[in-house]
Ligand binder design. Structure first.
Ligand code: ADP
Ligand code: MG
Ligand code: MG
Length: 900
């Protein structure tokens, strides 16, 4: 008989913390906490396999499930010495969802199940607390109505508010037993009215209803959307956890809380969390009342706090990572209800990984593995420019809140998620302002620059979700009175009023809200980042270079850890003078003059004008790269890209060159190609016009000689683009060497340089063994190689590629092949090219210079096929360094597993 249900309780568990796929994260955590001796209420987990079976069999449960659940209920009753539905001393349970990946707020939980009109009296008697019993009852009935029956939450909450108004009370905690009794009766009448049947009194019927609702929630639209947005695939489904209830709502000696073993914002090693006394379940995160910090708990209940602190240490040691825990205190006794790896800001990710490695809790290699590429991207949160006058800034303070996620954000106020999405679609920067957020708001939160809520603590929905994204967020700005009807908010303290569409600036690091639009700047990398990147650099085998066309980019890339240039595109220099932009016109004219020239002499004359510009640019780049290799690619794009196409501009050019406009127009016409991507471009240009190559090589080598004399170490690598044949490359190689060797000889110095080629056509990859006879190095140009292998134009594929990537549509590719390498197809050619090239020339240097060099997954592939380096745009360099290190560690782990 297949096992569908796993029991835990009284220090033992049938499941295991490693079985997240089977038990879900929550179930696995509960099993593990039980096993390591933490106080966890007893219960059982219905496996994710059951959910899988359910959906694969027309929403039917496995035949044995009923029997197994009944047996486990009996076991639970034995362990707890209570019985479900017992009119004297009833067992109550919670029914909780939980899949292998955390999906905060996406699925359902039902608390206090097992209550009915009889058992509630028993509960009141044994606890000697009628108010509590009926509070629990009304919560259960409400949750059952909404979660299991899908009734409107608002309709029920409306009745709750009306009742409170009738009784003249504000806080839920002030409602009497009578009040709750009334409400339960109202809820039940409403239930009957809506469903035509009475509220189920039988606890087993309630239990199956709840189990069905949890499984149902797995396929609810918001859950499906969430998985799509977060790219969560390959899960069996959700598990269902049924466990004994413990009560945080019996009075002031009870409460519920959420805590983190370290500060999830900064990563600092301090115990961090929120506690709300006399409360149940999600009260603490729902923002109904604002909770107190854990340090308060240490004063209120020192003993409980001590136990919690012990659990903190134990769990972190056990899991070797920062944990996010839920706990409840019932009459001074602590219970642990959940543990999971805590979400954290990017800065905290670095800090925690570094600290844990220094504490020897994890290895340096593990620390490196814990960083995700997004963590680096998000590390440089913007902040309000320090140049802004402090006094003026202070005068703009609207309100203070809790600094939930650091960084600053600027945008226009939108008070609802759909409006935020609308505005973002129009290209507007949005600050989403809500009293509190719920899973329905996720779409609006995703598009917002920042999020502001009037209620809630650092563990509220808004804070948790925003933290996961590294998005600026302020919660609990309680002085803000938000009026959704009039689309305004007024601050009770400052008196300032903000309307929808007004600009707002959030400082998430300080928790301060400013009216107006403040300038933001990007900060420096934190210390932990530098440390971890240093570890990564020690681990990786591949070098990381950058794609840079200007000295500025080159310097930036060096700062970010680049070890050379893998691609310097010379044609960008034809357009713009990066040092003196106002002088760009001169070089543009020179290249245009070259292109429209009708004779070789005229071309050479024009090229001579271009030479000093190119030489100066190369000097700048060599200087920035002092000691690092620089790969310079000769002219690549088709010439028509450099000439004007409008009649007016052509006339202007003709006038300046003193030639008839017809000549210009004719030449432009001649250059027109039906398919320029596959046209007269790349090294084909240098075959037709060797003088272009000669000028470029001269500029490179003269710059190198100049630098060499100035004691700058230069390692030029001259790269021929779009090669398709060995003979073709041989001609250009000879032409290159003829110019270079002559110049070096004349200078009377020793200057090593290399000549190599890009491999960016399938033919070149296939014949790599021949090409390597000439080329001293290969650089895999995966942008063109992807275009030409797949027969897709990168510039036009945007029209249909989204459908090809969308799982819901064609779903042909897992991702955009221009972003992440198509390792299966294009990768096959790359692998072949590297292997064949090295068969001819064992020490052949191989790198990559497509966009893929800055994509973590692609970088890992480059390592696997034995490349020497990857080259990425300057801001992607850290990501490539990290990925190149991670793949080394991952390989080690794989090899270890294999040996076992
Ligand atoms: P989520 O995954 O949305 O956090 P949970 O299943 O963790 O949902 O439950 C929601 C709330 O109910 C949490 O605050 C949790 O601690 C509380 N809760 C769940 N089970 C119990 C229980 N047996 N006793 C007391 N509180 C519980
Ligand atoms: Mg939930
Ligand atoms: Mg939870």
């Amino acid at each position: 008989m297949k096992k569908w249900v796993y029991f835990f309780g009284a220090g033992k568990a049938e499941g295991d913390g490693e079985w997240r796929d089977l038990l879900g994260g929550k179930g696995a955590g509960l099993a593990e906490m039980t096993k390591i001796g933490l106080p966890v209420p007893a219960g059982f987990t219905i496996s994710t396999e059951t959910c899988d079976h359910f959906y694969k069999n027309g929403k039917k449960y496995p035949a044995d499930l009923k029997k197994q659940v009944l047996a486990n209920v009996a076991r639970l009753e034995k362990v707890t010495k209570k019985k479900l539905g017992d009119p004297n001393n009833p067992l109550l349970v919670s029914v909780r969802s939980g899949s292998a990946r955390s999906m905060p707020g996406m699925m359902e939980t039902i608390l206090n199940l097992g209550l009915n009109d009889k058992s509630v009296q028993g509960l009141a008697r044994v606890t000697n607390n009628e108010r509590f019993a009926y509070d629990a009852y009304r919560r259960f009935v409400q949750m059952y109505c909404t979660v299991v029956m899908g009734m409107s939450k608002e309709d029920l909450e409306h009745r709750l508010r009306a009742m409170k108004q009738r009784l003249g009370v504000k806080e839920d905690t002030a409602v009497s037993a009578e009040g709750w009794k009334e409400l339960v009766a109202e809820y039940k009448a409403y239930f009957q009215e809506k469903n035509g049947s009475p509220f189920p009194e039988d606890p087993m019927e309630q239990l199956w209803g709840a189990v069905g609702a949890v499984f149902g929630s797995w396929m609810a639209e918001k859950a499906v959307t969430y998985r799509r947005v977060e790219k969560i695939t390959g899960l069996l489904g959700t598990a269902v956890n049924v466990m004994q209830m413990v009560f945080g709502n019996t009075g002031d000696n009870s409460g519920t809380g959420v805590c983190f073993t370290r500060d999830p914002s900064s990563g600092e090693k301090i115990f961090y969390g929120d506690y709300l006394s006399n409360a149940q379940g999600e009260d603490v995160v729902a923002g109904i009342r604002t909770p107190v910090h854990l340090s308060e708990l240490s004063k209120l209940m020192p003993k409980v706090y001590g136990q919690l602190e012990k659990a903190r240490v134990k769990l972190e040691k056990h899991y070797r990572d920062m944990q996010d825990m839920e706990f409840t205190v019932e009459e001074g006794v602590l219970y642990m209800l959940q543990t999971r790896t805590g979400k954290r800001t990017p800065a905290a990710t670095f800090e925690i990984a570094m600290d844990m490695a220094n504490e020897k809790l994890i290895t340096k290699e593990e620390a490196v593995l814990r960083i995700k590429p997004e963590d680096i991207e998000r590390l440089l949160y913007p902040v309000i420019d320090a140049k802004v006058d402090k006094k003026t800034l202070t005068s703009k303070i609207l309100a203070y809140g809790i600094d939930a996620v650091p960084g600053a954000a600027v945008g226009r106020v939108r008070f609802s998620a759909p409006e935020a999405e609308e505005a973002a679609k129009r290209g507007e920067k949005v600050i989403l302002v809500r009293r509190e957020t719920s899973p329905e708001d996720v779409g609006g939160m995703a598009v917002a620059q920042g999020i502001l809520t009037a209620t809630g603590g650092k563990t509220s929905h808004a804070a948790v979700v925003a933290r996961g994204w590294g998005k600026c967020c302020i919660v609990g700005a309680e002085t803000l009175n938000i009026d959704y009807k009039t689309q305004t908010m007024k601050d009770g303290k400052s008196g300032k009023v903000v309307k929808e569409g007004d600009w707002l600036t959030l400082d998430g690091s300080e928790g301060i809200v400013y009216v107006g639009e403040e300038p933001l700047v990007t900060p420096e990398f934190p210390k932990a980042y530098q440390t971890i990147m240093k570890w990564a650099d020690e681990i990786r085998r591949m070098r990381v270079r950058t794609n840079a066309d200007t000295p500025q980019d080159a310097r930036k890339a060096i700062e970010l850890g680049a070890e050379g240039i893998g691609l310097c595109r010379t044609e960008h220099m034809f357009f713009t003078d990066f040092e003196y932009p106002e002088k760009s016109h001169e070089r543009q004219r020179a290249i245009q003059e070259m292109i429209v020239a009708e004779t070789k002499e005229a071309r050479v004359k024009a090229l001579d004008k271009l030479l000093p510009f190119q030489r100066r640019d190369f000097v700048g780049i060599f200087q920035a790269m002092d000691g690092f290799p620089v790969t310079i690619r000769l002219i690549d794009p088709p010439l028509h890209e450099f000439v004007p196409h409008e009649r007016e501009k052509q006339a202007e050019l003709a006038k300046e060159l003193g030639i008839p406009v017809e000549t210009v127009a004719r030449r432009v016409e001649q250059l027109h190609e039906a398919n320029p991507m596959l046209g007269h471009r790349g090294c084909r240009l240098s075959i037709t016009y060797p003088e272009i190559l000669e000028m470029q090589v001269r500029a490179i080598i003269e710059a190198a000689i100049e630098c060499h004399k100035g004691r700058v170490k230069v390692l030029p690598e001259i790269m021929i683009p779009l090669t398709l044949d060995k003979k073709e490359l041989g001609i250009l190689d000879q032409a290159t060497r003829a110019v270079a060797d002559k110049l070096i000889k004349e200078a009377g110095i020793k200057l090593p340089y290399m000549v190599g080629t890009m491999i960016e056509l399938p033919r070149a990859a296939l014949l790599a063994n021949e090409i390597a006879e000439v080329a001293e190095f290969f650089s895999l140009g995966t942008n063109d190689l992807t275009q030409t292998t797949m027969g897709l134009s990168r510039d036009d594929a945007g029209r249909f590629l989204p459908d090809y990537v969308d799982e819901k549509k064609a779903g042909v590719f897992a991702g955009d092949p221009f972003q992440t390498l198509d390792t299966k197809g294009v990768g096959l050619l790359m692998r072949w090219g590297v292997q064949k090239g090295r068969e001819t020339r064992p020490k052949l240097k191989v790198g990559i210079c497509g966009e893929h060099g800055g994509d973590a997954e692609s970088v890992k592939f480059c390592h696997e096929i034995g490349m020497d380096y990857v080259s990425a745009s300057p801001f992607r360099v850290p990501i490539s360094r990290l990925a190149a290190a991670q793949v080394v560690v991952e390989e080690k782990i794989k090899a270890k597993k294999k040996r076992k």
